[in-house]
Design a protein around this ligand. Structure first.
Ligand code: PEP
Ligand code: MG
Length: 816
């Protein structure tokens, strides 16, 4: 079916090539035309359905009767006007007829503030031929300008009689489908061959393309349709639906930090992205674009150069921690099929690889910006980052990156994750950005590097004089551009105290942890990557109290074999240099799905076949893991721990498999086998479990969610999931009694072990080992050394008599 398009307003009709923006001029947003408007009333160019009016009302997308999607983008860079001067006359989902008013634009004020009023009108969906007529002429609203016809292949693709499948789900992810979930979706589909799409708000996105997924603007609680076509469509869709429905362990984005007290005039306000305080000279960070040649040396050479640069970046180190997660998301973006197709189109037009890559990225960034979604827009920095990295590889080193002096407060418009390593090496004291948001990847890196960071301050910070001393108080979300001596001295004194304390704690971190009354408490580290072990020891870890072996099983298409597992466990053991290593057997299922393992669909996976249940249902996999552990970790160092145990029957079944493996390997020395206490059942039956287990360790994250019936991954109940709730403390007390009755030790390896305030209660209840995140170890050791047992016992008894978590927290603050 051919749809005829008419001019949506009076003006000059132009070829897209005349639009002063490469995104449109290079047709990255599709084929079409543009109008330089002479009036501010924008009308429907044909009968259609409104897919979306941008929240900033500067653009409208329409679905035409033949399925094509049409974008009317009023002016250039008008998104920045945040809706000023634009009035929407239609709503999403409304049916409109040719000539009906869609938007009204106050032309004069908009013209004064926008880059241009030229309005591109483009067909954004693939599979349509656009025939243009009557361009380069003055038109009035309603004049015919283009015909849009589906390409024959699109019709054929409608039904090939292949295996098709579809399902509809709601998106539980608190920040919708942003870069990290999109990357995981693309990875999860790798084992399948089916074509898979996600549809929401009338938009359909290729589920193998991160940029397409981002451009779809899928948000929390949206209903989406997943559709697949191909021999394994059903399996692919089931895997994807499960992955998304389980929430991908996404946390709610950090709340914007409230300003603790009204700040006096003269302060610049922003949003806290990473906590802390810093004083230092302003360093205006203005990396400039590396110049790239527009014309290439022929398509084959340029395609080859782009492929080589992508391969080089893909091969760059894997690492661990948040930086590695972000790098993994970037690696997936580099392979994005839509991004590559856009770049290849430009290369085919004779452009250089660097020019094409930059153009492709910027086109997609604009499409994301057009969604108007704040959280998605924060992800544009990731696109810019892979633009920068690939362009640097193609045209030579990125010499444009200025390096700040040590101790400076870095000020910039927006920070890219790949700038980070150089900045932390340079020792910046604080970071402040005019744009960006608290969930941007640079913010996550700043928080993990301990660099205070303020974002979204507005452009006033970009005017600050280079070298002037400023005071950044990220906790109060302010920047003082000219601190008074009193404020400056107070901040300097506070920084000195923090630094002295950290220095003292680090100096004592290698000493054993002994309480003031002589009680020995072991402080271990939780680990989730081989490379984390040695750094944890450097921070004072006396061993590993929980090795989350899931790290070996995620983000891949098949399970690691025995040898790969053995090598990984051996590497952790070596990193610990003989210190005890507690390897937890695979804990997948629940909130930790793995697409390639045989999980049936579960209505309520948190109560389903996860942890030890999965392992006992797949004894072959468990035996391989036991063999890999016993072969990789020296016997004297090795301990094994089972997750999600509810009773001694599971422990006995697992021990039988372990004993068989030991016999096969000829290992006579008994290997301590412990259980995690992370179900209320295990806590209540601790006496019976401790009879057969060599040790118990509290998994407070799960114990809390199951005791309080509050999903640990659901932001709506996040505030409830507090392991210091008296109900959870009673379960821990019960576990401690059980352990003591049989002379077993009791540890804690859930998140509460890293909460310094909780240590006296846990110790008072009978815990003798705390396994914490490595970074907290020096402070935790210092806090525990200051405690004595009689005080801890009294505090624990008092906490057990409280009726709410808030009551316990108040007690700890000394106000209860
Ligand atoms: C826990 O549940 O507290 C725990 C340590 O295990 P995980 O967080 O890996 O489920
Ligand atoms: Mg757990």
């Amino acid at each position: 079916m051919i749809v005829h398009l008419h001019a949506p307003m009076a003006g000059w009709a132009l070829d897209l090539a005349q639009v002063p923006d490469p995104v449109f001029a290079e047709r990255m947003m599709g084929e079409g035309f543009a109008i330089d408007p002479l009036e501010g009333v924008i009308r429907a160019p044909c009968d259609a359905t409104v897919i979306a009016v941008a929240p900033t009302r500067h653009s409208v997308t329409l679905k035409l009767a033949n399925g094509a999607e049409l974008l009317i983008h009023v002016g250039l860079e008008t998104v920045a006007l945040a809706g000023d001067g634009f009035t929407a006359r239609v709503r999403d989902g409304e049916t409109v007829t040719l000539g009906q008013v869609l938007l009204e634009v106050d032309l004069d004020p908009v013209a004064a503030r926008a880059r241009s009023l030229i309005t591109p009108i483009t067909v954004t969906s693939e599979g349509f031929a656009v025939t243009l007529h009557g361009l380069d002429a003055r038109v009035k609203a309603g004049d015919p300008l283009a015909d849009i016809a589906p390409l024959a292949t699109a019709d054929v693709a409608a039904d090939l009689g292949e295996d098709t499948a579809r399902c509809t789900i709601r998106v539980p992810l608190p920040s919708g489908i942003h870069a990290r979930p999109a990357a995981r979706i693309v990875t999860a589909l790798k084992p399948f061959t089916a074509e898979v799409t996600l549809s929401a708000h009338g938009k359909t996105a290729n589920a193998r393309s991160i940029v397409a997924l981002l451009s779809a603007g899928i948000r929390h609680d949206d209903e989406i349709e997943i559709a697949g076509r191909g021999p394994d469509a059903r399996a692919a869709i089931a895997a994807l639906a499960t992955l998304i429905e389980k929430g991908m362990s996404e946390e709610a984005h950090q709340p914007v930090a409230p300003v603790a007290a009204p700040a006096p005039d003269g302060l610049i306000h922003g949003v806290r992205a990473a906590p802390g305080l810093a004083i230092g000279p302003v360093f205006q960070f203005r990396p400039t674009d590396v110049a790239v040649p527009e014309q290439g040396n022929g398509a084959p050479a340029e395609s080859g150069a782009l492929a080589a640069a992508r391969t080089q970046l893909q091969a760059a180190g894997n690492g661990h921690g948040p930086g590695a997660d972000i790098a993994a998301a970037h690696r997936a973006l580099i392979d994005d099929p839509e991004l590559l197709a856009a770049a290849q189109r430009l290369i085919a037009q004779g452009k250089s690889a660097a020019f094409a890559w930059r153009g492709a990225i910027r086109g997609h960034a604009e499409a994301i910006r057009a969604t108007g979604d704040r959280l998605l827009i924060e992800r544009i920095a990731d696109l810019k980052d892979i633009e920068r990295q690939i362009v640097a590889l193609l045209v030579g080193a990125d010499t444009a990156m200025p390096i700040p002096p040590r101790g400076a407060i870095l000020i910039t418009d927006e920070l890219l994750p790949s700038h980070f390593a150089a900045l932390t090496d340079a020792g910046v004291a604080g970071i402040c950005t005019a744009y960006g948001g608290p969930t941007a990847h640079a913010a996550i890196l700043a928080a993990s590097a301990g660099i205070p960071m303020l974002v979204a301050t507005g452009t006033a910070v970009l005017e600050l004089e280079e070298g002037n001393e400023v005071l950044l108080d990220a906790d109060r979300a302010t920047l003082d551009p000219a601190p008074q001596p009193a404020a400056r001295d107070a901040a300097a004194a506070q920084l000195r105290r923090q630094r002295d304390r950290a220095t003292a704690e680090t100096a004592a971190a290698q000493d054993e942890c002994v309480m003031a009354d002589g009680t020995r408490i072991e402080i271990f580290a939780n680990l989730a990557a081989s490379a984390d072990a040695a750094p944890a020891v450097a921070l004072g870890a006396e061993g590993c109290g929980l090795l989350r072996t899931e790290f070996l099983f995620h983000d891949r298409s098949s399970a690691p074999d025995e040898e790969e597992q053995r090598a990984a466990y051996a590497a952790v053991a070596a990193g610990l240099a003989g210190r005890p290593l507690i390897v937890r057997t695979l804990d997948i299922g629940g909130d930790k799905p793995v697409a390639y393992l045989p999980f049936p669909h579960e209505e309520n996976p948190a109560l389903g076949a996860r942890g030890i249940r999965f392992s006992l249902a797949n004894p072959g996999l468990l035996a391989i893991q036991f063999r890999a552990i016993l072969r990789g970790v020296p016997a004297g160092q090795c301990r094994i721990m089972l997750p999600m145990v509810v009773d001694a029957g599971e422990l006995a079944a697992a021990r039988a498999i372990l004993n068989r493996v030991r016999a096969d390997l000829g290992i006579d020395i008994p290997i301590p086998l412990g259980v995690m206490v992370e179900t209320p059942a295990a806590a209540l039956l601790a006496d019976s479990l401790a009879r057969d287990a060599d040790f118990l360790s509290i998994g407070s994250n799960d114990l809390t969610q199951y005791a309080l019936a509050a999903d640990r991954g659901n932001p709506a109940v996040a505030a409830m999931v507090d392991a210091l709730h008296p109900a959870v403390l009673h379960l821990i007390a019960r576990a401690a009694e059980g352990a003591k009755a049989h002379g077993r030790w009791l540890g804690v390896c859930g998140g509460i072990a890293s909460d310094l305030a909780a240590a006296p209660i846990l110790i008072g209840l009978g815990v003798t080992e705390l396994s914490a995140t490595p970074a907290t170890i020096p402070g935790l050791k210092a806090a525990v050394r200051a405690l004595d047992m009689p005080t801890c016992r009294a505090l624990a008894a008092k906490a057990l008599s409280m009726s709410t978590a808030a009551g316990v927290r108040k007690l700890l603050e000394g106000t209860g």
